[in-house]
Design a protein around this ligand. Structure first.
Ligand code: MG
Length: 345
């Protein structure tokens, strides 16, 4: 279920010296839940924690409910939003960019792959993909739903024909298939050289994910719904590409997942979801620190919402151009506050 308008939860943390950090997390259908978790559980504890040590803060806050079995869902999202704000505050008050605070190097570029085509017909979608290609975007992902009469093979063949052999084209299966159906679909798509297959089956069905991972020739991509390194550890060796979503992981867990993937030579291609652009900014900068080659680009949302921020990275010619400004570099501007509703203080 999606809301009828873009929704998100933005969190501001201020320390006793007046330094500010901005965070953001999922608030798509029930933003009040996230806000209540911050207000009633995390914020009172945060006041006694060392905000200049963001990982220590994350570990302490995560521990609060761990043995009661609360380590995911809305609770982890609220923690992710707070973690982004704490990292932002920490880096800003040191005068450092987030990527530098995470051990990366200053201003840089991250590849951007075009996510989704909105045309109503295959022809319209091909035209749109070619427009992006002409602007220097040579990587594309389509969702399984954007096909004509459910003909995924036909859509893929038409795109491959129109875009040429060098264009990377991935398919997001949106958790819709069984093991056998995924393997059968891959067989149909192999002649068109898919880049990767994403989220083929139910997100919590690890046995099926494992069976798909061992049966595919095409790289398997998983992880947009994961919150912590524990979600990845339970699936180590299953997938070839991990897609952490900063709005769910926060900076601390994004970087811990990145470290684990490096150890097992799994590729990191971060996910980008609906948001104001604060967690997206954090994701781009963590991506620089994690040496990510390419990042999802939600072209229908990103540029529109960047207009509500100061300092957002431009996305041009297949690259995000990320500056070396302090923290994650963005804060809501006056226009953003026309849309933001204050939940609590
Ligand atoms: Mg997806």
């Amino acid at each position: 279920v999606y809301p009828t308008t873009d929704r998100s939860v933005v969190i501001r943390v201020t320390d006793t010296q007046g330094a500010v950090g901005w965070g953001e997390t999922y608030g798509l259908v029930a933003p009040g839940i996230v806000a209540a978790l911050v207000d009633e559980l995390f914020a009172p504890c945060l006041k006694s924690l060392p905000v200049q040590q963001p990982e220590t803060v994350w570990d302490a806050l995560y521990d609060l409910q761990r043995v009661r079995g609360y380590w995911g869902g809305y609770l982890a999202d609220a923690l992710a939003g707070l973690d982004i704000a704490v990292w932002d505050l920490h880096a800003r008050s040191q005068g450092m960019s987030l990527q530098t605070a995470l051990g990366g190097s200053g201003a840089h570029e991250v590849g951007a792959y075009v996510s989704g085509l909105t045309g109503a017909t295959t022809e319209a979608r091909i035209e749109q993909a070619q427009e992006w290609q002409a602007k220097g975007f040579n990587d594309l992902k389509i969702p399984v739903s954007a096909t004509t009469n459910g003909d995924v093979r036909g859509e893929f063949a038409a795109l491959r024909d129109a875009l040429g052999d060098d264009h990377r084209i991935a398919l997001d299966l949106h958790w819709t298939l069984s093991v056998d159906d995924t393997l059968a679909m891959e067989k149909e798509l192999l002649p068109y050289d898919p880049w990767f297959l994403e989220a083929p089956t139910k997100p919590e069905d690890i046995d099926s994910q494992r069976a798909i991972g061992s049966g595919l020739q095409t790289p398997l991509a998983l992880g947009e719904e994961w919150r912590t390194e524990w979600d990845y550890k339970a699936r180590r060796g299953i997938c070839d590409i991990v897609q952490p979503e900063m709005g769910h992981t926060g900076v601390t867990q994004f970087m811990r997942i990145a470290k684990l993937t490096r150890e097992s030579e799994v590729q990191l291609i971060p996910h980008a979801t609906i948001g104001l652009g604060i967690f997206m900014a954090a994701s781009l900068r963590a991506s620089l620190a994690a040496d990510v080659e390419t990042h999802e680009y939600q072209h229908t949302i990103y540029d529109r919402n960047c207009a509500l921020l100061e300092g957002a990275a431009a996305c041009e010619a297949g690259r995000f151009i990320v500056p070396d400004t302090p923290g994650h570099g963005v804060s809501p501007n006056a226009d953003a506050f026309r849309y933001l509703t204050k939940i609590n203080e």
